[in-house]
Ligand binder design. Structure first.
Ligand SMILES: [Zn+2]
Length: 408
């Protein structure tokens, strides 16, 4: 079968969706359940119906478009919410590619043996109450407290944000009860890194999604006069932090190359020109594709911080904010995708995703696979997020082939 997607139509749909949530401060701001999202959802519903699919939303606001009858469907999609001042491709490329594939299959007929279903998951970006609200609701992995007590990016609890939308914390918490069984899940997404672009490869086939440990840490020393306190008598919390950031990064680079460490947010107190920093609060983001390495990395960096605190006469505090385990995607689907890449003569690369995706949640329910396409300079979550349309065409053609294989 030599069916191909229509890149012109796919591009028009991505550009159409990008009209919703344009932010005067730059890029696209389209959190789930915002006015922009409500308008985008109405637009998406029209596109789903236009493609000949049946439209429905579950209690978490996840949107579905089904092609074919009863039975276990192959699910395919991503998310249409964005971070604040995000770009037009993160998530949107996957949902629109799924729509293009299903529309194409419907046009070409006859339908494959198994049904196909498009999905756009709610709040993948975590603007509301933590990452993956929609897919976690779908999988039944939410706890009541986070849904009822969490403060959203709108500065109000989720229950208030949902008022008048037809959804509520209760419908979100019970969304998984209406979930049918699925055959498999596929997701196309921009890479959010620069590997594919650097290697000049149009498609990545994701084997694993890295796990992470997020910690909130502090070094606490003494705020003293910068003009009068001799260097050897200082308890400088900033120097401890700088020392830690460099040594911990060296540790990862030399002993656990391929894993990631980022000290991304640092607050120095009192933060005055001539005062020795008495306290520094900072975030620590550790990621690895291996659960053992991640554990080791966490232990070693905590020990290193304790050591540095001791040497520099400051105290070290740390607490875990979030922790996810690495997830292996389906090796059968990786194999199918590699075969189809060979048939299509597309160079491909097996990859680990350092960023989180709905696929890691859905992989707990059914076999999951992911396709990455390059994004320019590895930029995502920013107004200048950009792709090459030829890469998207290849990624979407691969998605189409993989769907047809999985749906028999
Ligand atoms: Zn995304």
């Amino acid at each position: 079968m030599d069916m191909k997607i229509d890149i012109k139509r796919l591009r028009a749909n991505i550009e159409g969706l990008a009209q919703f949530g344009r932010d005067p401060r730059g890029g696209i701001s389209r959190p789930s359940f915002s006015q922009a999202d409500i308008e985008a959802q109405a637009w998406l519903k029209d596109r789903i119906l236009e493609a000949g699919l049946s439209h429905r939303r579950d209690g978490a606001g996840n949107t579905f478009g089904r092609l074919g009858g009863e039975g276990r469907a192959v699910l395919v999609g991503s998310h249409i919410d964005t971070v604040l001042n995000g770009g037009p491709f993160d998530g949107a490329a996957g949902v629109m590619a799924a729509l293009e594939c299903l529309g194409r299959i419907k046009e070409a007929g006859p339908l494959p043996a198994k049904p196909l279903e498009l999905v756009s998951f709610t709040d993948e970006e975590g603007n509301l109450v933590g990452d993956f609200l929609g897919s976690r609701a779908f999988a039944g992995l939410l706890n009541r407290e986070e849904v009822e007590k969490g403060i959203t990016c709108f500065g109000r609890p989720l229950g208030e944000v949902l008022a008048g939308t037809g959804f509520s914390p209760e419908t979100i918490l019970s969304a998984h009860r209406e979930r049918p069984e699925y055959e498999a899940y596929l997701e196309l997404h921009i890479e959010q890194g620069a590997t594919l672009e650097t290697e000049d490869i149009p498609v990545g086939i994701v084997e694993r999604i890295a796990g992470k440990v997020y910690r909130q840490c502090s070094f606490v020393g003494k705020a003293q006069h910068g003009g009068t306190t001799p260097l050897e008598l200082r308890q400088d919390a900033f120097l401890a932090t700088a020392d830690f950031a460099i040594k911990a990064t060296q540790l990862v680079a030399t002993k656990h190359y391929g894993s990631m460490i980022t000290v991304g947010k640092v607050a120095v107190q009192p933060g005055s020109f001539s005062v020795v920093p008495g306290r520094v609060d900072f975030t620590l983001d550790l990621r690895s594709a291996s659960a053992e390495t991640l554990e080791e990395l966490d232990r070693e960096t905590q020990a290193l911080a304790t050591d540095i605190a001791h040497t520099r006469g400051v105290a070290f505090f740390s607490r875990t904010i979030d922790r996810t385990v690495p997830v292996a995607l389906s090796s059968r689907i990786v194999g199918i995708m590699e075969e189809e890449c060979r048939r299509l003569s597309y160079p491909s690369l097996r990859m680990t995703s350092g960023a989180g995706h709905d696929a890691q949640i859905v992989s707990g329910l059914t076999e999951a696979g992911m396709i990455f396409i390059p994004c320019q300079d590895g930029i995502s979550h920013a107004p200048d997020e950009m792709i090459n349309w030829e890469d998207l065409e290849k990624g979407a053609n691969l998605l189409l082939r993989a769907l047809l294989r999985l749906a028999g």
